[in-house]
Design a binder for this molecule. Structure first.
Ligand code: GDP
Ligand code: MN
Length: 383
């Protein structure tokens, strides 16, 4: 789950990381009022609140010299799109005079199987380029979650950033607070970029990005409220509402599978036969035809899908329920691409009868089904 910058700032504020205080506006007039209140009539920054990085380069971060200009910027941003995402809110904060911009981030590193702190003196809007071309300019510290980010571990990257001892100490403290927050909220990523310094030697975080691991959310009901469904991908929204695990991929074979392991095996087999999966989709172990309807809804909404492959291994999931779901879904939705069905296991015979009666054919052999789906996905559109 992605948080907006204004939410991330507020959340990190609870862990003692102080951002310049601002306000969120949904209209230009509100932006003007906030600017007048916080900026004392002086310069403010107007920031589009969308779940995208690189807003600065895309025109989503603008300095305004007075409240009227702040209203102008807000007027241009609100209702527009930044990197394809609709801007519904802007954050208005007092402008900070920047001397230096550093990057501080925390991620869960799957290879190291540990949280990793990443720090670079080359922060700001070009950090992605730094990571790509000069990765040695990013310092990494692996963290043992049993102990957290220890003081000496934070001191090293902090002194790497700042020669000034007061600044370095402040940065080390900020990194430790950041890790405390990261662990407590179950984040998979937290970034502060830029972590700025001012000409008079203050350390000021100016932007925050937080991604919370969806699997942590049941433990954090208060954080669930921060979800902004409006700014999420419609397919992922539908999937979550229906209780499906869904990940969009780039290929053309839409996959509808029960069980995460079988879903991965199916994707492997699609690739083995020369195809590309359009998605990972696990309808789970339940016997609910409605889930199949939701799954087909998501897959058919994807215009790059050229064939749909059902791969169902009936255990707790009953094949006849899935068959009913397929029949029901194809009645409700206009499916314009071929469907290949493989099912085997619990109530397999009943399922085959249901499908045959509805005009579908189904097989029990996985290789056969996958090969056929890949063939159909590739041959469609060619003469
Ligand atoms: P992002 O592009 O989405 O990461 O948005 P940021 O909030 O990081 O802003 C992008 C850039 O705008 C920063 O790297 C700064 O250079 C600049 N910026 C942001 N806030 C301020 C500010 O208060 N004062 C000044 N002078 N520049 C700012
Ligand atoms: Mn940023």
């Amino acid at each position: 789950m992605n948080l907006h910058e204004y939410q991330a700032r507020e959340l990190l504020g609870r862990y003692g990381i102080a951002f310049p205080h601002g306000g969120v506006a949904t209209t230009p007039a509100e932006a003007r009022d906030i600017a007048a209140r916080i900026g004392g009539g002086g310069p403010v920054v107007v920031k589009a609140q969308v779940h995208a990085g690189g807003r600065g380069k895309a025109g989503g971060v603008k300095v305004a010299s007075d409240p009227t200009e702040a209203a102008d910027h807000a007027g241009r941003m609100l209702g527009s799109t930044i990197r394809g995402l609709a801007v519904e809110r802007v954050l208005v904060v007092p402008a900070t005079t920047i001397a230096t911009e550093a990057y501080v981030g925390l991620i869960v590193d799957r290879e190291k199987q540990a949280p990793v702190l990443m720090v670079s003196a080359a922060g700001g809007v070009d950090i992605e380029e730094v990571a790509g071309t000069t990765p040695q300019r990013i310092q990494r510290v692996s963290i043992d979650p049993r102990y957290g980010l220890l003081p000496h571990q934070a001191a090293a990257p902090a002194f790497h950033l700042y020669r000034d001892a007061t600044l370095a100490r402040a940065a080390a403290e900020l990194m430790q607070r950041l890790y405390t927050a990261f662990y407590a909220i179950g984040a998979s990523l937290i970034e502060i970029n830029p972590l700025a310094t001012t000409p008079d030697g203050a350390l000021v975080p100016l932007d925050a990005k937080i991604v919370i691991d969806d699997s942590e959310l049941p433990r954090h009901p208060d954080l669930v409220e921060l979800r902004d469904p409006q700014s999420e991908d419609p397919a992922e929204r539908t999937a979550r509402a229906a209780g499906l695990s869904f990940i969009k991929l780039k290929g053309s074979v839409g996959c509808c599978v029960n069980g995460a392991g079988l879903a991965m095996a199916t994707m492997d087999l699609v690739k083995f036969y020369g195809g590309e999966p359009a998605n990972f989709l696990d309808i789970g172990g339940s016997s609910n035809p409605q889930k199949v309807v939701a799954a087909l809804q998501i897959i058919t909404a994807d215009s790059s899908v050229r064939a749909i492959l059902f791969n169902i291994f009936g255990g707790i999931t009953r094949c006849d329920d899935v068959a009913n779901g397929i029949v029901q879904a194809t009645r409700e939705l206009r499916v314009r691409v071929p469907i290949v069905i493989r099912l085997t296991g619990t109530n397999e015979a009943a399922a085959l009868a249901i499908l045959t009666q509805a005009g579908f054919s189904a097989v029990t052999d996985m290789d056969q089904a996958v090969e056929r789906a890949v063939y159909l996905a590739g041959s469609e559109g060619t003469p």
